[in-house]
Design a protein around this ligand. Structure first.
Ligand SMILES: Nc1ncnc2c1ncn2[C@@H]1O[C@H](COP(=O)(O)OP(=O)(O)OP(=O)(O)O)[C@@H](O)[C@H]1O
Length: 518
């Protein structure tokens, strides 16, 4: 995955602060190793008050390690961190919080059994007992949540009842309630839909206007270009360039982080003549008050499911996988009714979940075990599992998703993007006939995303029906044969061919435009 070191690329050296005001935080030549892996070898950058700085890099380039150094989770092997101009040892997460550095980590860390209110104040100040103090906490939480989400939250429900996007809002609001001097967002926008993303950017602007700095990490170039004032490019653990807004563009940034010319994304061949009906939905009603709908998805097609978060697309993809019951109607896969996950699997359906931490990945197991678990039977002989066989299969499927297997490593130690690749490779191994992907490119770098798109198109060309929920408009336009748009719990529009544009999609999200299918 890592690009070659390119001494020849002209890069701007990490700039000293341009203002007289001390940077909120400055990293000087930070380094961190994990055994033989040099995760960060020259991490130098700074954040001035009021700035949004994007930290860019491919999967495994060291972004999260830098974030962990700034947030006191890891200690650097070398280099130093200055807070407001003073060298500061961030010996623990508490020390970082005390220094005003608040991080929203890539993993959505919600205590599922605790109330939303408790989650929002988790670790923030001592327990409150007086009614007045409790009331004050509720008020502040409601105000911060509403500023971000546009409407108040049910503060007393357990956080586990929230959707993944709401849990992401929860962890962002928790960070904002701490009034950070530096807010670090590590891939924290990946589950937000377009409305929430815009609201978050508005809130960031408001807060940076008051002097907060923000370190923003995302693989989505469009959002990075929208939100950042400056870009710091990381390659193989080193800062290889810093650019100001207006001095650069997406192509140059991709060249910096990959060490290669940004390739024009390959044109993906659309399905010429789709085959037999693979998934048939008849009179499906997802919620008591939502309109029933029908649709057909054929072998050879790549079909997108889209909409603002919570409008039914997530329920539908899970229902096709047999993981969610619809209120009414029928879902047939290759002619048979889907009742339960087991039946769906038996009919060649695979489901790649959205939240790999909760639904997809066994953190305590190795990479190979995580890959091989569902298909281990194939590697059995006379009742014994032959790990050599699993390893051989893995080598092949890993190549397809551009993952380079290392030694017996624990999956928890892989970068987020690489974890996702292992989970996708797992399901490729099942030779699926219907492949259901729930936002599979979340947290995956641009180059790998395009490789995955090709994998999905190839699977379709080989006869699978590919159904993919996506929250990324560009991805839907680029990859899909058709997109089914959901609104208010029902299928409200279908876009295909020349009608499938970013503008048309976004207006369909709000219940307008597109070919009406109701
Ligand atoms: N605890 C750990 N033990 C061993 N190696 C680790 C550990 N954490 C990270 N690494 C390795 O350090 C390198 C940098 O990983 P890091 O998670 O910082 O990358 P990243 O840029 O955040 O990637 P992504 O975009 O996929 O999240 C990778 O090679 C990763 O496998």
């Amino acid at each position: 995955m890592r690009g070659p070191r390119m001494e020849s690329i002209p890069t701007t050296a990490p700039q000293p602060p341009t203002t007289r005001v001390a940077p909120v935080v400055e990293a000087r030549s930070l380094s961190k190793r994990f055994g033989a892996t040099k995760a960060v070898s020259d991490g130098s950058f700074h954040l001035a008050p009021g700035e949004v700085v994007a930290l860019l890099g491919e999967n495994g380039s060291g972004k999260s390690t830098l974030v962990k150094l700034l947030s006191g989770v890891l200690r650097p092997d070398g280099g130093e961190i200055l807070v407001a101009g003073e060298p500061t040892r961030l010996r623990s997460p508490r020390a970082a919080l005390d220094a005003g550095i608040v991080t929203v980590f890539q993993e959505i860390l919600c205590a599922r059994d605790c109330s939303v209110l408790d989650n929002l104040w988790l670790g923030n100040g001592s327990a409150v007992r007086s009614r007045a103090a409790l009331r004050r906490r509720r008020e502040l939480a409601t105000r911060a949540w509403t500023a971000l989400a546009g409407r108040p939250a049910g503060l007393d429900q357990p956080a586990g009842a929230l959707s993944l996007m709401q849990q992401q809002i929860c962890v962002i609001v928790r960070a904002l309630l701490r009034e950070p001097k530096l807010l670090v967002l590590d891939e924290s926008t990946s589950t937000l839909d377009v409305t929430l993303q815009q609201r978050l950017f508005g809130e960031l602007r408001r807060r940076t206007g008051e002097g907060m700095a923000c370190l923003f990490i995302s693989h989505r170039m469009d959002e990075v270009l929208t939100v950042a004032d400056r870009f710091v490019a990381l390659r193989s653990g080193e800062v290889v360039g810093t650019r100001g807004r207006g001095e650069t563009d997406g192509r140059e940034l991709i060249r910096l982080i990959s060490g290669q010319e940004a390739a024009t994304p390959p044109r993906l061949e659309r399905a010429a003549s789709p085959g037999e009906v693979a998934v048939e939905l008849t009179g499906v009603r997802l919620r008591p008050a939502s309109a029933p709908f029908g649709a057909r998805i054929r072998a050879g097609e790549v079909v997108g499911l889209a909409g603002l978060e919570g409008h039914g697309q997530d329920e539908l993809i899970k229902a096709i996988a047999g993981l969610h019951r619809v209120r009414e109607g029928e879902i047939r896969v290759h002619g048979s009714g889907v009742r339960g996950y087991r039946r769906a699997v038996a009919r060649g359906v695979v489901y790649v979940p959205r939240d790999r931490k909760v639904e997809g990945m066994a953190d305590v197991l190795g990479v190979l075990d995580n890959y091989g678990l569902p298909t281990l039977r194939r590697d059995q002989r006379l009742g014994l599992v032959r790990p050599g066989r699993t390893r051989k299969r893995f080598r092949q499927d890993a190549r397809t998703v551009n993952f380079v297997p290392g030694r017996q490593e624990s999956i928890g130690r892989l970068s987020g993007g690489n974890q996702q690749k292992v989970i996708i490779a797992r399901w490729l191994a099942a030779a699926p006939r219907v492949i259901l992907l729930n936002d599979p490119a979340r947290g995956v770098d641009q180059k790998t995303k395009h490789e995955l798109y090709q994998v999905f198109r190839d699977l379709a060309a080989q006869g699978a029906a590919v159904v993919m929920l996506s929250s990324e408009v560009g991805e839907l336009v680029h990859l899909m044969d058709r997109v089914l748009v959901f609104h208010d719990g029902s299928l409200s529009a279908e876009l295909a061919g020349a009608d499938l544009t970013g503008e048309a999609l976004v207006s369909a999200y709000f219940g307008a435009g597109g070919r009406s299918v109701s």
